[in-house]
Design a protein around this ligand. Sequence first.
Ligand code: BGP
Length: 467
Amino acid sequence: MNKKFPENFLWGGAVAANQCEGAYDEDGKGLSIEDVTPKGIRGPITKEPTEENLKLKGIDFYHKYKEDIKLFSEMGFKVFRLSIAWTRIFPNGDEENPNELGLEFYDDIFDECHKYGIEPLVTISHYEMPLYLAKKYNGWSSRKTIDFFEKYVRTIFNRYKNKVKYWLTFNEINSIIHMPLLAGIMTPADKITKSEIYQAIHHQLVASALATKIGHEIIPNSKIGCMVIAVPIYPLTPDPEDVMTAFKADRENLFFTDVQVKGKYPFYIKRYFKENNIDLKIELGDEEILKNTVDFISFSYYMSACASSKSEENKKSGNMIMGVKNPYLKESEWGWQIDPKGLRYVLNTFYERYDKPLFIVENGLGAKDELIEDENGNKTVIDDYRIKYLNDHIIEIKEAIEDGVEVMGYTSWGCIDLVSASTAEMSKRYGFIYVDRNDDGSGTLSRYKKKSFYWYKELIETNGESL
Ligand code: BGP
């Protein structure tokens, strides 16, 4: 059987502003939560940016974006996923007028993409919030934050309406359950109540639906998606107790897509709220706003997890979401369990549940790379392990497409090496392009093509036939 990717399949790569741009205080940018978390997204935060905070410097995409986008075009990217830093547009979040220099920066990036026929896919909020709003309003805990966010999205939709068609509201919106700091919530993680977290989630869901509504009004041909972290949760054993534990854990994640895709709170959440003493303040009009559903579902996929009703392990976070180790799977150097088939499973289960197009906007292997010199004296990385990981996952996408699932595209994570979100280090690399920068901040920032660069180029050129 000759399985094929659709002709208009959007191949590309993904990055996030705070992990690649650097220039944290240039051209009027304000501080974001990410600028003061030198140890990664779980915190703790520091009073002000510290020297060790590599995120402040990223990979200097702010000044090198032309060179980088040119390299992406060489690989044949059809799409480039990036995020706008809210604090470049509204440095504190509550200003009357936006920062023109910040707006111009993204204008230039989008122009550069279009120069090569690359479609930008923009995440409106990727793991960040103006530090000022976090301190003053406790981030998404406060309803006020919706107003500031609304102003921000109106500004960027109006400004980029002729340049950007594909948008995502919040990156991995469901990760807030485990990492409230990402929602700008300054209450220490051990003091925060479930009620407070779900109130913040409610505000974010309303904000996401509002952004979808406004986006559709300002840019009628736009495609606006939600973005979640997809981790299929398997029962560790066939014990029905394990099956139920896995089912419930899965639902905790699916809740977010349920609301964003179906436009209302799902039936099962009532019981969950009751059993967890969650009492939400839902204002008049919120339900109407939530009806503004997304056009497609996008997600990150790195791993699957197992759930067990017995194990204490279940409560600990073995990875980003939850789970116990699956004895059948190998894992990355950071303990992320590698499960290509899980991707086909996720694609099918999402499509079955929602009947909406899907977009894999993050996937990849974080690994330590060694820069070597090839026989011609060129510096490169022989990253066969990365090629294998990507190859195995993309084969499963092809399978899912053959199953009948509608998949819009694939953007591999960190297409150019960048700072890791969870460790804040450079040495966990995902890219097709090596960036000479080390954990201690040293390095020339020069870019080098890895072996996977050529592999991906061929894959795109042949629309997946080279797999
Ligand atoms: C996702 C985030 C990204 C990214 C990726 C890899 O959860 O959306 O920002 O960094 O994970 O994670 P890490 O950088 O921790 O390896």
